[in-house]
Design a protein around this ligand. Structure first.
Ligand code: SF4
Ligand code: SF4
Length: 135
């Protein structure tokens, strides 16, 4: 048995798919939902811990990819380089937990590390590379 922590990003048309049920029933996997969220762009984000036999786990992940779901490994942590940030709010738009948010008084982007689940969705959208993966 092996365990993986993954971030699943769903397009709008797959939001109602019963994917966790399929993973349990068809692939004998044990699913622990660590976080579930719908972003403002109507994308679904699920953070799962999946446990099962290696072959079945890989097949289950292939099923997700074949269904049009983006599967990413959960990263360890992120680091915000505040000095590089120009407060464009791109990260705020994709962050499913509100860890990146706009302070309405200062109109500046702020990062609340306690809310971050290390899904990594903000890293690629930052045009100034102000968000880095911590390995
Ligand atoms: S990694 Fe980025 S997008 Fe994901 S929760 Fe943390 S701050 Fe938000
Ligand atoms: S995407 Fe990058 S530059 Fe834009 S607000 Fe977020 S951290 Fe700052």
């Amino acid at each position: 048995m092996i365990k993986r922590k993954v971030v699943l990003t769903f397009p709008q048309n797959l939001l109602d798919k019963t994917i966790t049920y399929r993973l349990i029933k068809d692939y004998d996997l044990i699913i622990n939902i660590l976080k579930a969220n719908i972003t403002p762009k109507e994308q679904g984000v699920l953070v799962l811990e999946i446990e099962g036999k290696k072959q079945k786990l890989e097949s289950g992940l292939d099923y997700l990819r074949d269904s049009g779901i983006t599967v990413q490994a959960l990263i360890n942590d992120i680091k915000w380089q505040q000095k590089k940030c120009i407060h464009c709010t791109e990260c705020v738009t994709v962050c499913p937990t509100g860890a990146f948010a706009v302070n309405r008084q200062t109109m500046q982007v702020e990062f609340n590390k306690k809310k971050c689940i290390a899904c990594g969705l903000c890293i690629n959208v930052c045009p100034y590379r102000a968000i880095e993966i911590v390995i």
